[in-house]
Design a protein around this ligand. Structure first.
Ligand SMILES: Cc1ncc(COP(=O)(O)O)c(C=O)c1O
Ligand SMILES: N[C@@H](CCOP(=O)(O)O)C(=O)O
Length: 473
C-alpha cells in the first residue's frame, strides 16, 4: 500500500515511513495512492464487533503488510483499553434520527485521544523495530496538544514539543498540557495564533537539514496515521445505524479539516455517507468556501470553541488534491498562491463536486451558546461548545433539506463539556465536573516556556530539548 504526496514531488512511501515522515518532503500531505474497498458484505461483517476488532479490520488493509493484523490488533486493544467507555465511541440518541457520537471517553477528554493513543503505540512499535528515536513537534489550539502529550509522555524513544497559542486555550486545556512534567515533554506558549503555531511546525518540516538532524515527526493530522485512526469511528457509527443498507450523514465541528476528511475517507472505502456537514464557529473560512468556492483568510477571532479558532485548515489540501484531479503540480500552484495571498478560488465544476457531498454552516457565539442551552433544556444532555457548533450545523442542514428526515444524522461530540466549564456554565447554568483522574488539575504544578512567534526561536528551543543524536538517527 503506497502513500503519495498531494504535491506530487515527494517519493511514495509505505505505511511505516508515512507514519514517521508526517509531512511529505515536498510540503504536501500523504494520502493513499488507492483507497481499499469495503463492499456491502464486508461492511455488514463489521456489525456487532467490538470497537477494537472493527478498528483492526478497517485499518489492516492500509498497512500494506508493514504491520501484521495480529500486531495491529494488539496495539489497538492496548490503545483503547484506557478509554472510560466499553464502546470506546458510543452513540447517544438526541432525537428521532439525530445522534451524537461521543468521542471524548479517552484520557484527555477529546476526540484526539482516539487517534493519538494508537499513534503513540505505533511510534513505539516502529521505532523499536528500527532502533530509532524521533523528535515530535506539534501545534495545538487546545486538544491535540494534551492528547499527544498523554500518548507520548515517558516514551523512551520520543521527545515531544507542543506549541499552543498563548492565552487562547481554555484553562483546563492549558493545564492538561503544562502540568505533565515528564522529562520528554516540552510545552511552548507561542505569542501568536494557532495558525502561527501550525505555520512554524510546517516550516520546521520544510527545512530538510533540520528535519533530518532531529528526526522530526508529526502528531497533528498532517500525519496520515491520525486520519486513518479517525476513519474507524465513522465506520463504527455507520454500521451501527444500518449501513451499508441505509445511508448516514455526519455533522462535524471543523477547524483543521482532519476530522471531516476522515469521514471523507470512510466514504472513499465504501461507507454510504449521504452528506458531510461542516460546522464552523465565527472563524468561518470553510463555510464561506463551501458557499462561494473561494477560500479567503480574514483573521482569527477568539471564540468559546477555541480549538476551532483556525483559518488555515491544513487537511483541506487533501480534499483539494481530489478536486484538482490528483494533480500535484496544480495543488502546489494553488497552495503556493494561498500562502502568498491568503486566498484561492476553485472553478464551478470543482465547487459543484465539493457541494455534492459537503455543506458548510456557521454558528456564531450566540448560536453556539443557544444550542448548548436548548439541547440541555430539551434533553438534559450537556454539549461542549465545539459539539454545539456541529449540532447547530446539523439543524441547519435539516432545515435546508440537504439531509432528508429519514437519514440518520450523527453530530460528532468532539470534547467533554468539562474542558470548557465557563462556556458550558454560562449557557446552561450547569458546571460540568472533571472526571476523577483530573480532579486535582488546578492544584498541579505547571511548566511552560513562552516563545515569540519566530521560527528560529522555536528551532533553537526544539534542538535544545531533543535527545536525537547522530547515532540514533
Ligand atoms: C473539540 C474540538 N472540536 C473540533 C475540532 C476541529 O477538528 P478538525 O481540526 O479535525 O477539523 C477540534 C480540533 O481539532 C477540537 O479540538
Ligand atoms: N483543534 C486542534 C488543532 C490541531 O488539529 P490537528 O487535528 O491537525 O492536530 C487542536 O485541538 O489542537
Amino acid at each position: 500500500m503506497d502513500y503519495i504526496s498531494t504535491r506530487g514531488r515527494a517519493p511514495a512511501l509505505g505505511f511505516e515511513d508515512a507514519l514517521l515522515a508526517g509531512l511529505a518532503r515536498d510540503g504536501g500531505l500523504y494520502v493513499p495512492a488507492a483507497w481499499p474497498a469495503f463492499d456491502a458484505s464486508a461492511l455488514r461483517a463489521l456489525r456487532g464487533l467490538s470497537y477494537g476488532e472493527l478498528a483492526t479490520r478497517v485499518m489492516a488493509p492500509f498497512m500494506g503488510g508493514a504491520i501484521s493484523e495480529d500486531e495491529l490488533r494488539a496495539l489497538v486493544h492496548d490503545a483503547y483499553g484506557s478509554f472510560a467507555h466499553a464502546a470506546v465511541t458510543p452513540l447517544t440518541q438526541l432525537g428521532q434520527e439525530e445522534w451524537v457520537l461521543e468521542l471524548f471517553h479517552g484520557p484527555t477528554l477529546a476526540f484526539k485521544d482516539v487517534a493519538l493513543q494508537l499513534l503513540g503505540r505505533l511510534f513505539d512499535h516502529v521505532l523499536a523495530k528500527r532502533g530509532r528515536r524521533i523528535t515530535v513537534v506539534g501545534a495545538t489550539s487546545g486538544d491535540t496538544g494534551s492528547a499527544a502529550i498523554e500518548a507520548c509522555r515517558d516514551r523512551e524513544l520520543v521527545d515531544i514539543v507542543i506549541l499552543h497559542p498563548k492565552g487562547r486555550t481554555s484553562e483546563v486545556q492549558r493545564r492538561q498540557m503544562t502540568t505533565v512534567l515528564s522529562p520528554n515533554v516540552h510545552n511552548v506558549a507561542l505569542e501568536g495564533t494557532f495558525d502561527d503555531c501550525q505555520a512554524i511546525v510546517k516550516a520546521l518540516f520544510n527545512d530538510q537539514a533540520y528535519r533530518d538532524e532531529l528526526n522530526i515527526s508529526a502528531v497533528n493530522s498532517i500525519n496520515w496515521a491520525r486520519i486513518l485512526a479517525q476513519v474507524v469511528y465513522y465506520v463504527a457509527a455507520g454500521v451501527a445505524l444500518g449501513a451499508p443498507d441505509r445511508p448516514v450523514a455526519f455533522s462535524v465541528p471543523t477547524g483543521n479539516f482532519g476530522n471531516v476528511y476522515a469521514a471523507y475517507g470512510a466514504r472513499a472505502i465504501g461507507l454510504p455517507i449521504q452528506r458531510l456537514v461542516v460546522g464552523t464557529n465565527s472563524n468561518d473560512i470553510l463555510t464561506r468556501f463551501f458557499q462561494s468556492g473561494t477560500m479567503a483568510t480574514n483573521g482569527v477571532v477568539p471564540t468559546i470553541s477555541p480549538s476551532m479558532d483556525i483559518q488555515v485548515s491544513s487537511n483541506f489540501e487533501r480534499l483539494l488534491f481530489d478536486l484538482l484531479g490528483r494533480d500535484g503540480a496544480a495543488v502546489t500552484n494553488v497552495m503556493d498562491g494561498f500562502a502568498a495571498s491568503g486566498h484561492f478560488t476553485v472553478d464551478e465544476r470543482q465547487l459543484a463536486e465539493a457541494r455534492g457531498l459537503f455543506d458548510g454552516f456557521r454558528a456564531d457565539e450566540h448560536e453556539t451558546a443557544e444550542t448548548m442551552r436548548r439541547v440541555f433544556q430539551t434533553t438534559g444532555y450537556l454539549l461542549d461548545p465545539h459539539t454545539a457548533v456541529g449540532v447547530h450545523a446539523a439543524a441547519q442542514a435539516r432545515a435546508a433539506g440537504t439531509v432528508p428526515a429519514e437519514v440518520p444524522l450523527v453530530s460528532l461530540a468532539c470534547a467533554h463539556p468539562a474542558k470548557f466549564p465557563d462556556a458550558v456554565k454560562a449557557a446552561t447554568g450547569m458546571h460540568p465536573p472533571l472526571p476523577r483522574h483530573l480532579a486535582d488539575l488546578y492544584e498541579r504544578e505547571e511548566r511552560v516556556s513562552v516563545l515569540p512567534n519566530d521560527v528560529e526561536a522555536v528551532k533553537a528551543f526544539v534542538r535544545s530539548k531533543s535527545r536525537v543524536t547522530g547515532a540514533a538517527r
